[in-house]
Ligand binder design. Structure first.
Ligand code: ATP
Length: 319
């Protein structure tokens, strides 16, 4: 394979640039050229392409966001849109495509694979909700951002003896909330994978108060519902006032951590190796610190559950 395409799709995640850089430089080592596609599948449909060289990706390993830009494309959901995308890719001389993104992006990639166009997926989403890999690119950075924010809020919570409810990202997944809650020492962690138990939340608050602890941190994944609702429900049950902080998009940005840069470098390079050796329809991932590859079909059929042991530990250590 002499010409490889690369795109970033779905929500941006810190470390996407490190992955693009790895793709470009590994491809160069293996004698292949790389075409960058702007704005994910939208750019594939519009034919928005740019040649990427070793120097195009210089000075990007430390940058958040994605130099290729990302977008969501309604048109790619249609057969006609995908046919146009494939036509453009082939006309440009692309022989295979590396898709850096989340599960939605992989659904799109699987369509291309089934049409006989070689693809490899690289998991990148701060939600870390992709089965088949322990980590997705961007999760570690977002986690560190959330924990840093929790640390700062904790100072105020302690000084004013207040309850703070902190909403982190994760519409369908509590991975980020659980990890941030454990690392941030939250009393309660509310995630979409587990039902909300208000009796338990109140019980924990009261236990803390009995032993003289007047401040409290509760971490809520956005998928559970609104942190404001949680605050209202606590007030209704206990007459205790709480403050709400929604971390929002600050969790998406920032310089990728060393962990995310290394992960992105390893996954990006392996994706190229697979594509060049004629393999398609796979996602590269990391399991127990080894780079693995998994069928995209298997990835998309699965659902990543949270680690029950870690969930129980977070609850045990909180009181
Ligand atoms: P994140 O986890 O950050 O949301 P994602 O990759 O899951 O990332 P989506 O918005 O779900 O983000 O998907 C990105 C793009 O992939 C969509 O805009 C669409 O173009 C394409 N896509 C998603 N689902 C499908 C599908 N079932 N078939 C074809 N293309 C799809």
């Amino acid at each position: 394979m002499k010409t490889i395409g690369v795109l970033t799709s779905g929500g941006d995640a810190p470390g996407m640039n490190a992955a693009i850089r790895a793709v470009v430089r590994k491809a160069q080592k293996l004698g292949a050229e790389v075409i960058g596609v702007a704005r994910g599948y939208a750019g594939l449909i519009q034919g928005d392409f740019r040649r990427l060289t070793s120097s195009t990706v210089a000075d990007t390993i430390h940058r958040g966001g994605t130099i290729l830009l990302t977008a969501r494309s309604e048109e790619f959901l249609t057969e006609a849109g995908r046919a146009r995308a494939l036509e453009n890719a082939r006309r440009e001389g692309m022989e295979g495509l590396i898709v850096i993104g989340g599960d939605g992006s992989f659904r799109g990639a699987l369509h291309l694979h089934k049409k006989g166009f070689p693809v490899i997926g690289v998991p990148a989403t701060i939600d870390n909700d992709i089965p088949g890999t322990d980590y997705a690119i961007g999760f570690d950075t977002a986690l560190n951002t959330a924990v840093e924010a929790i640390n700062k809020i904790r100072d105020t919570a302690t000084s004013h003896e207040r309850i703070f409810i902190i909403e982190v990202m994760g519409r369908g997944s509590g991975q980020l909330a659980l990890a941030a809650g454990l690392a941030g020492g939250a009393e309660s962690i509310l995630i979409p994978e587990r039902p909300i138990d208000y009796d338990e939340i109140v019980n924990r608050l009261e236990k803390g108060r009995k032993r003289g602890k007047l401040h409290s941190i509760i971490v809520v994944a956005e998928g559970v519902g609104s942190a404001l609702e949680v605050s209202k429900e606590i007030a209704r049950r206990t007459a205790l006032e709480s403050r709400v902080t929604i971390l929002g998009h600050i969790q998406r940005g920032g310089n990728p951590t060393a962990f995310d840069r290394i992960l992105a470098s390893r996954l990006g390079a392996r994706a190229v190796e697979l594509l060049v050796s004629g393999i398609s329809g796979k996602m590269v991932g990391i399991r127990e610190n080894r780079i693995v590859d998994v069928d995209l079909e298997e990835v998309l059929a699965g659902k990543k559950d949270i680690d029950q042991e870690v969930y129980e530990l977070a609850n045990d250590l909180a009181l």
